[in-house]
Ligand binder design. Structure first.
Ligand SMILES: [Zn+2]
Length: 444
């Protein structure tokens, strides 16, 4: 494969430089000084200022913000109480993003627990007037996405399914395998023509407790009060900066992650890691003098978590000159030991990338998985831009994901540096390869 020896040499230089990366310190700085940064919040505005200052300090060119329309969701006061048996017993609860509020006086209703959607169907009228609890058990998978994909359907669509059966609210077992009696939030949605009922996540432990009570035929009454609401549309921003290419500066490789996070913690893994990997990759490439042929454009996206607005707006803004985008790279799977990349695009491009991956040594084998890249670059991939996503050992990602536990102490400095190396090398490779990757046929 042409270019392998040059790629291998660059890989060694980048790996060496990544041993002195500032990624972890920058992550802690974002987490500690800015904190939670849900779109529409003061935290997100502070994150934009932080990112502009960091890119400027790194000496990037054309540092700017680009407007993104966002309809933000704001959390309100929330409480969940077991009224009977033996109540009142408060249990932890967190509203899901976009959930409507309950009436101000709350909802008091009998509960019914189902393990999955099929059980809800069988219940028929049995859910009418009740609070439905989805006690779906997430499967632990080293490739984080595996078990998540199955379980997240209940968070995303549980309220719709429950409302179709006449339920008055939906509670979802947190999408995690970690028994830390913690709640994990995330976005949900409604469907036109189906009543909008409030939806929230509860802990694994309480979800199982409620299921055990039902098994024993103990009547359970719950009290739920949620105060979340959608806010009027605001203009948020993607933050952008560039390392200009030495030969073909008009050809662009987009590298990024999402700048927003959930509000329960500071989003260290999700996606503070992707933010600092993107910043550090470019800073190290610049510092060691490996300025590539094409421009590397760092894009930190707004509101991935509750609307995917930043990624959508960026692709839309580039539609007229989309051929100038030769590839897009994203990290949104946490800051763990890297295992390879995902690829979304033409099979010929995947073959070529797979052959080049063999050139990188020092971190164990990096493998390519076809069919997936990342959420924010998905809209670019649909326009035919080859999409590449960093993959890592995601065994523990969903322990922390969208929970109050997603703080920088959960990110290992050495693992994050290894991720910087793999990610920076891929950014360099995409921006340096003599012929760009083959493009996919745009989706209609
Ligand atoms: Zn994320």
């Amino acid at each position: 494969v042409p270019g392998v020896s040059k790629a291998a040499e660059a890989g060694r230089t980048i790996l060496e430089a990544a041993r002195r990366s500032r990624a972890w310190d920058r992550l802690a700085d974002l987490c500690d000084r800015v904190g939670p940064r849900l779109a529409g919040s003061r935290g997100y505005a502070a994150a934009v200022e932080w990112a502009i200052a960091e890119m400027t300090a790194d000496g990037l060119s054309n540092v700017r913000r680009e407007p993104v329309r966002v309809v933000p969701w704001e959390r309100g006061a929330e409480s969940l109480i077991v009224v009977e048996p033996n109540g009142p017993r408060p249990i932890p609860v967190t509203a899901l993003g976009r959930s409507v509020a309950t009436p101000a006086e709350g909802i008091t209703a009998r509960m019914v627990v189902v393990p999955d959607f099929a059980a809800l169907e069988k219940l028929g009228e049995g859910a009418r007037g009740k609070i439905v609890v989805f006690n779906f058990t997430m499967r632990l998978a080293a490739d984080g996405g595996g078990g998540y994909g199955e379980a997240v359907r209940y968070r995303a669509g549980g309220a719709i399914a429950a409302a179709k059966h006449g339920a008055v609210a939906a509670l979802v077992r947190s999408v995690t395998t970690q028994r830390g009696r913690s709640v994990h939030t995330g976005s949900m949605s409604y469907e036109d023509g189906v009543p909008k009922i409030p939806a929230a996540a509860i802990t694994i432990e309480d979800s199982e407790m409620l299921a055990r009570l039902q098994e024993k035929s103990v009547p359970v009454t719950l009290f739920l009060r949620l105060g979340g609401r959608m806010l009027p549309e605001v203009l948020e921003a993607n933050v952008i900066g560039e390392l200009r290419g030495r030969e073909s500066p008009d050809e662009i490789v987009v590298v990024g992650g999402h700048l927003d996070s959930w509000d329960l913690a500071c989003g260290a893994h999700d996606d503070g890691a992707g933010v600092v990997l993107s910043l550090e990759a470019v800073r190290l490439i610049k510092q060691i003098g490996l300025v590539p042929r094409r421009t590397i454009r760092v894009v930190l996206y707004a509101n991935e978590e509750c609307g995917l607005d930043g990624g959508t707006a960026y692709a839309e803004s580039q539609r007229a000159t989309i051929e100038r985008h030769v590839a897009a790279l994203e990290s949104d799977s946490g800051g763990f030991r890297p295992t390879g990349f995902g690829f979304q695009g033409a099979p010929a491009a995947a073959d070529r990338l797979e052959a080049l991956l063999a050139a990188f040594d020092g971190l164990g084998p990096l493998t390519l998985r076809r069919g997936w890249s990342g959420p924010d670059i998905g809209p670019l991939a649909k326009l035919g831009v080859p999409g590449v996503g960093l993959r890592n050992d995601g065994t523990r990602y969903f322990d922390f994901h969208h929970s109050p536990m997603d703080t920088p102490d959960k990110v290992d400095r050495r693992e994050l540096d290894d991720a910087v190396a793999a990610y920076a090398w891929m950014a360099w490779l995409l921006a340096e390869m003599p012929e760009p990757l083959a493009r996919a046929v745009p989706a209609p």
